[in-house]
Design a protein around this ligand. Structure first.
Ligand code: C2E
Ligand code: MG
Ligand code: MG
Ligand code: MG
Length: 288
């Protein structure tokens, strides 16, 4: 029988455990070794400025190549890593990877790295970040930290201090998945965000539902009033790009441009990229 929970957890599988529970126990156990066994990989998804149609940056997205289970989604393992505290090691690894790619194939690009609220709640986080950036000679303005609002409020004062310290280092800070949390507006007042990332859920329904469109317009207006930069996530269709362009969204990220890819592939894409050619016809381009 399996004893779930607690530090001295024993993962002995029994038929009573459902398949999903067994998978969870396996992942929890093997997450610990995944770093040592070099099973993680970082892919990059380009972000394109709508007005100039230039690739202005990329988001770093972790992948876990599990030897038996294949590709495990971060949506599945990041929460497990957060619960066990392993996210601190994994997050540091992603940051180191990103710094070394900025020095290498991604030179000249801005790279956004997702950081868990768990990482931001550690007092030593910014110190380590600073050392890492110095070791890799990464210019501060090439790195951006993305945080989601979930969990952030739990240890507010440390997280707030860290976010201010990150900004003081010269990095930009983006609020990820904006619009999905229950207290999005409160976050905007308390945290020094430079950028809002509009959640994919709204972009998905941008064409089909009028309230998604109204929400996106409202977010874009809000960002404009607050002087914040904007990125729309999960843009898959030209029609979505068109609505975003008309409503003043600064940049997009999504399958319409490209799926996440290895750093070397992105370097090739950037090299061969032709700017000023949006998938929109010229009369659909924003006025400004
Ligand atoms: P996120 O930060 O909001 O990242 C965007 C997600 O949307 C990525 O999923 C990306 O592959 C996906 N995506 C981008 N464009 C499209 C599109 O056009 N259509 C669709 N259907 N999906 C699109 P991914 O890579 O599976 O990551 C999921 C989440 O896992 C991320 O959401 C982020 O919250 C978390 N995550 C990923 N890497 C890291 C990491 O290094 N550290 C931490 N703490 N979290 C990470
Ligand atoms: Mg993100
Ligand atoms: Mg997001
Ligand atoms: Mg997300």
């Amino acid at each position: 029988e399996a004893k779930a929970g607690g530090r001295g957890r024993v993962a002995v599988f029994s038929p009573e455990l459902g398949a999903s529970q067994r998978r969870r126990l396996t992942l929890e156990r093997e997450l610990r070794e995944a770093l040592l066994r070099d099973q993680f990989q970082v892919l990059y998804q380009p972000q394109v400025d709508i007005a100039s149609w230039r690739i202005v940056g990329a988001e770093a997205l972790i992948r876990w190549n599990h030897p038996k289970l294949g590709m495990v989604s971060p949506v599945e393992f990041i929460p497990l890593a957060e619960e066990s505290g392993l996210i601190n090691n994994i997050g540091a690894w992603v940051l180191a990877r990103a710094c070394s790619d900025i020095q290498g194939p991604l030179a000249g690009l801005h790279v956004a790295v997702n950081c868990s609220a768990v990482q931001l709640q550690r007092p030593g986080f910014v110190n380590e970040l600073e050392q890492l950036m110095r070791a890799h000679q990464v210019p501060p303005d090439t790195l951006e930290i993305e945080v989601t609002e979930s969990l952030l409020m739990e240890n507010l004062s440390t997280a707030l201090e860290n976010l201010h310290a990150i900004k003081a280092l010269g990095l930009r800070v983006a609020l990820d998945d904006f619009g999905t949390g229950y207290s999005s507006l409160a976050y905007l007042r308390r945290f020094p965000f430079d950028k809002l990332k509009i959640d994919r859920a709204f972009i998905r329904e941008l064409i089909t539902t009028s309230d998604a469109r109204a929400i996106v317009r409202t977010i874009l207006n809000l960002a404009k009033i607050l002087g914040m930069d904007t990125v729309a996530e999960g843009v898959e269709e030209p029609a979505q790009l068109e609505v975003l362009a008309r409503n003043g969204c600064a940049s997009i990220q999504g399958f319409l441009v490209a799926r996440p890819m290895p750093a070397e592939d992105l370097a090739t894409m950037v090299r061969d990229w032709v700017p000023f050619r949006t998938p929109l016809s010229s009369d659909e381009l924003p006025e400004s």
